[in-house]
Design a protein around this ligand. Structure first.
Ligand code: C2E
Ligand code: CA
Ligand code: CA
Length: 687
């Protein structure tokens, strides 16, 4: 029975297979440990094959010598290769320089080996009788005189082994138990084989050559470890790939919601300002889209009042209700966005249907739709919208600038009247910057005496001076004369109106106090802005001023506008009553232009109404004017004094007198004048 030799060839096969396999995967993995181990396995295969050949019976001595020499040459390559492999396998850090030393040493031994006829280990060789293994297999054997070169060779092999043991312990401490175990087993088997060789020599035993076996053990164990590690790493990689995929999808979701947050308004769910700006920019990058595109800023009038009165929750619901309506009406728009407060942006482009493309038509449609009340929560409110429009005629303007222009147009529309539309014109931009300059200048004007009051006389039907309206004037050293129609709204917007209003009241009181003895007294009318009246401490301020300047309250008339009075009828009503109880007269200015019905006069204890100059200018002088006639009739019934403003002609004055107007004011009588002139006029009219 043959067993020993086939086993040897099987070992060769295993090593060959392992070598080729590991070498192949080593090149794929780009890891030197695989490549080195693959090469090592191939050398080991060669070594075992040569060992097997040596044990084949009936070979001439010359062949045996040649094979032995070749085998030792392979061994001289195996040791440095094993050194590099173990260094890498045990993760040694500075292995390279040591590998040169080891390689150089074994290269020297290799050279000696090639130089000697029987190889490194022996000086002479002879073939021994065949060894019969217990199962009857013949194995060739040889022996010879041991050369002194054998000792450095064995010694270096032992050094490599000892070093391997030390590397094992390092690995063990690094908790690489599998690697350390495999290497340790190899070293143990190798030592066993060495010990067996020694004992066999000493006891002159005859047995098969086991020297190749430890290498086989090394190849098998290490391939197992490496393969298992590789599989583990594959699994780890797959797991971390999975984890990465999960993580990246989580991150994507987070980014998605961030993106949404960055581009969505949280109250209405509509795109926000950033998104709108992007859409404008995107549209501008397509020249064919830009022709005829337009941007509308739609402002919900009175939104802030509703928010203040009903609370923010209701305010949000109102915004959502309005957003729904807006989206519904602007179905063809490129983008409908909420900007801030009650302001929304609508971008329309060329790709829309022809009728949806005209921004003014769309604006009209929007205004019309607001006659239907907005329903939200338990409320149903009818609010108006004001609209600012800017035409986007080319890719020239930056998106933020366009939005600013549309907002400016909206402000213009609102200043004109609520519920109106305005198309942006370049002059609005210069006006806006002038306004900012003027607001700044107004602060200074108050402190540097640039403001003063002129007085416009009022006369009765018989031409007697009965009163005068205090009108503010602003002379700016650089900009010249600035009309109150321009600076009063600015003062209102900037909050300066309270100081300005108090100033007008104080100056009028000072004028009343300085009234000369003997000159007929006339009532001074002071204009009060709606913003002043709304302030809770307004009546206190008035009371404090008249007390400080100790003027007779009956000599003062406060002109309130109709729109100020309807703001919050109950509160304003009580303020009017309070002023009246102080003895101060209250007049309704610009009467007929506001929304108050004539009947609302009944509920307010006003003393006077001033018919707005627009009615006077439009009135017919040849026949009685029905509208003015109706006002006067009602006023009579309520015992209210009627003053007509803006009387420019004698004909107007006569016509007004005929239908029962009490007093007249206007350029036709006198222009606003300095106090001294008014006093002179008073004296003259008495005489
Ligand atoms: P208002 O109260 O309606 O004042 C009457 C305006 O009509 C004055 O313009 C006056 O100069 C002008 N006016 C008088 N007679 C005629 C006329 O025959 N024809 C024409 N076309 N206009 C005439 P003014 O002084 O420019 O004031 C404009 C507005 O500024 C005032 O309108 C008033 O609302 C506001 N204002 C003026 N001074 C004050 C003030 O001290 N406080 C407040 N809150 N507002 C003021
Ligand atoms: Ca007035
Ligand atoms: Ca007026």
């Amino acid at each position: 029975m043959v067993l020993w030799l086939p086993a040897q060839w099987l070992a060769v096969g295993i090593c060959l297979f392992a070598g080729v396999h590991v070498l192949q995967s080593g090149t794929v993995r780009h890891e030197p440990v695989y490549a080195v181990f693959g090469s090592l396995s191939l050398f080991v295969a060669l070594y075992i094959a040569l060992t097997a050949m040596l044990q084949m019976p009936a070979q001439p001595l010359a062949t045996v010598g040649l094979v032995e020499r070749t085998r030792l040459a392979v061994a001289c390559v195996i040791y440095p290769a094993a050194f590099v492999f173990i260094a890498l396998f045990t993760r040694m850090r500075h292995w390279r320089k040591w590998s040169y030393v080891v390689a150089a040493w074994f290269l020297a031994l290799l050279a000696v080996n090639l130089d000697r006829p029987w190889g490194l280990l022996r000086d002479s060789m002879r073939i021994d009788p065949i060894l019969w293994l217990p199962w009857g297999e013949p194995v060739a054997q040889f022996s010879g005189t041991v050369s002194y070169w054998a000792w450095p060779f064995f010694a270096s092999a032992l050094v490599v082994l000892a070093w391997s043991l030390w590397r094992c312990s390092v690995l063990w401490r690094m908790h690489e138990r599998a690697r350390a175990g495999a290497l340790w087993t190899y070293v143990a088997v190798q030592l066993l084989v060495v010990a067996y060789g020694q004992v066999a020599t000493v006891l002159a035993w005859r047995g098969p050559d086991f020297t190749a076996m430890p290498f086989l053990v090394l190849v098998i164990l290490v391939s197992r470890v490496l393969t298992r590690e590789w599989r583990q790493r594959g699994e780890d990689l797959a797991a971390s790939l999975d984890a990465l995929a999960v993580e990246s999808s989580v991150r994507e979701q987070a980014q998605d919601s961030l993106r949404k947050m960055a581009y969505r308004d949280s109250v209405t769910g509509l795109p926000n300002r950033n998104r709108l700006l992007e859409q404008i920019a995107a549209m501008q990058s397509q020249p064919d889209q830009v022709r005829k595109a337009a941007l509308l800023v739609v402002g919900l009038d009175g939104f802030h009042s509703v928010n203040d009165a009903l609370g923010h929750e209701a305010g949000d619901q109102l915004l959502r209700a309005f957003a729904d309506r807006l989206v519904d009406l602007c179905r063809h728009a490129t983008c409908v966005a909420r900007l801030e407060g009650g302001d929304f942006g609508v971008l329309i482009g060329v790709s829309q249907e022809a009728n949806a493309r005209d921004p003014d038509a769309l604006g009209h449609q929007l205004t019309e739709s607001m006659t239907r009340p907005l329903r939200f929560d338990a409320h149903a409110l009818t609010l108006g919208v004001s609209i600012g429009i800017v035409h986007i005629s080319g890719p020239g303007s930056e998106a933020p600038l366009l939005l600013q222009q549309a907002a400016l147009a909206l402000r213009h529309a609102r200043n004109r009247s609520r519920g109106s539309r305005s198309i942006f014109e370049p002059r609005m931009q210069s006006e806006a910057s002038r306004q900012i300059t003027l607001i700044r200048a107004l602060h200074e004007a108050l402190n540097s005496g640039q403001l003063r009051l002129l007085y416009q006389p009022q006369i009765d039907g018989r031409g007697r001076l009965v009163g005068a309206e205090a009108l503010m004037r602003w002379h700016h050293p650089e900009f010249g004369e600035i009309a109150p129609d321009e600076f009063i709204p600015l003062a209102e917007r900037s909050g300066l109106i309270h100081v300005l209003g108090r100033y007008a009241l104080v100056q009028s009181c000072v004028a009343l106090r300085s009234w000369p003895e003997g000159a007929p007294r006339v009532r001074l009318s002071v204009n009060v802005s709606a913003w002043q009246l709304r302030r809770a401490d307004f009546t206190d301020m008035v009371a404090e001023v008249i007390q400080t300047y100790s003027v007779a309250p009956g000599m003062l008339m406060l002109e309130l506008t109709e729109s100020a009075l309807i703001d919050d009828a109950t509160i304003m009503g009580s303020k009017v009553r309070l002023l009246r109880s102080l003895g101060i007269g209250v007049s309704i200015d610009d009467f007929g232009t506001g929304y108050a019905s004539l009947a609302s006069l009944k509920s307010l204890p006003v003393e006077e109404v001033k018919i707005d100059r627009s009615f006077v200018q439009d009135m017919s002088v040849s026949e009685p004017d029905r509208f003015i006639g109706a006002i006067i009739e009602l006023a009579r019934a309520l015992d209210v004094y009627v003053v007509a403003e803006g009387v420019e002609t004698r004909a107007q004055r006569d016509a007004l007198a005929r239908i029962g107007c009490d007093a007249f004011q206007g350029h036709g009588i006198a222009r606003p004048m300095e106090l001294a002139q008014l006093l002179a006029m008073a004296v003259a009219s008495a005489g």
